[in-house]
Design a protein around this ligand. Structure first.
Ligand code: NAP
Length: 250
């Protein structure tokens, strides 16, 4: 398999049913990548995403699993590896929020967010990385967030996971880049998905006012950055965090 062309490669996108994950599935599928689509609850949305991906002539399969649960994460990776024989690109995208100011935040809210946003990438990457190293080529792309770089009121749990993913990205890049596996992150700003749909307009107006581009981002714009990091033009980029934030943080 040539490393200068994504056609014929295979990717696992966690949380690929909706939002940024869905658009990443479609962007990679458009580049000729076969896609394994993980999701947790949204069966219909996952099926629709897979159908759309297949329109690009690639293989697309869906895998229901909670990435925070060790048994489910490992069984899913095993199934995917037997279905696809090899995964070249991993996008650790699945994520949740449980927002509250710190003193009102419960231990359960803390644990749930760390479970999905940090333990998930640990479990999935741990299971997939050996085969990438064996083949001498791989791409790991972690979906962090601007709030992992700046912090955010009401998001102690979420910000910790996104800052942690950035540190994970740099550490893993130091460990595996010589083996042909690059590891990078994207750090989106505020993006129009289900995750941000309940943020009050007044708060979003504040975000827009602080954003040089003056608007929220679209999931397609994050997906494009992820596909770039997966693709041949990013071959000398590793351990980096690519901001996709409209200039909100620079
Ligand atoms: P979203 O629209 O809420 O979609 C979340 C996705 O994650 C869904 O596909 C969901 O699956 C999946 N998911 C949630 N819990 C899971 C679990 N335990 N196991 C497996 N999959 C799970 O969110 P989004 O805005 O696209 O966010 C995607 C990523 O971007 C997240 O890591 C988020 O933190 C990050 N991000 C988002 C923004 C933003 O403004 N939207 C900004 C910065 C970073 P189901 O559909 O089955 O529930």
């Amino acid at each position: 398999m040539s490393s200068d062309n994504l056609k014929g490669k295979s990717a696992l996108i966690t949380g690929g049913s909706r939002g940024i994950g869905k658009e990443t599935v479609l962007s990679l599928a458009a580049a000729g990548v076969d896609v394994a689509i993980n999701y947790h609850n949204s069966d219909q949305a996952a099926q629709k995403t897979a159908e759309k991906a297949r329109e690009f002539g690639v293989r697309a399969e869906i895998y229901k699993a909670d990435v925070s649960k060790e048994d489910q994460a490992e069984a899913m990776v095993e199934n995917i590896q037997s279905d696809f024989s090899h995964i070249d690109i991993l996008v650790n995208n699945a994520g949740i929020t449980r927002d509250k100011s710190f003193l009102k935040m419960t231990k359960m809210m803390w644990d749930e967010v760390l479970g999905v946003n940090l333990n998930g990438p640990f479990l999935i990457t741990h299971a997939l990385l050996p085969s990438m190293i064996d083949s001498g080529w791989g791409r790991v792309i972690n979906v962090a967030s601007v709030v992992g770089q700046t912090g955010n009121f009401g998001q102690a749990n979420y910000s910790v996971t996104k800052g942690g993913l950035i540190a994970f990205t740099m550490t893993l890049a130091r460990e595996v880049s010589r083996k042909g596996v690059t590891v990078n992150a994207v750090a989106p700003g505020f993006i129009e998905t289900d995750m941000t749909k309940d943020i009050p307009d007044v708060a979003l107006d504040g975000v827009k006012a602080m954003t040089p581009l003056g608007r929220l981002g679209k999931p397609e714009e994050v997906a494009a950055a992820i596909s770039f990091l997966a693709g041949p033009d990013a071959s000398y980029i590793t351990g980096q965090v690519l901001p996709v934030n409209g200039g909100l943080y620079m």
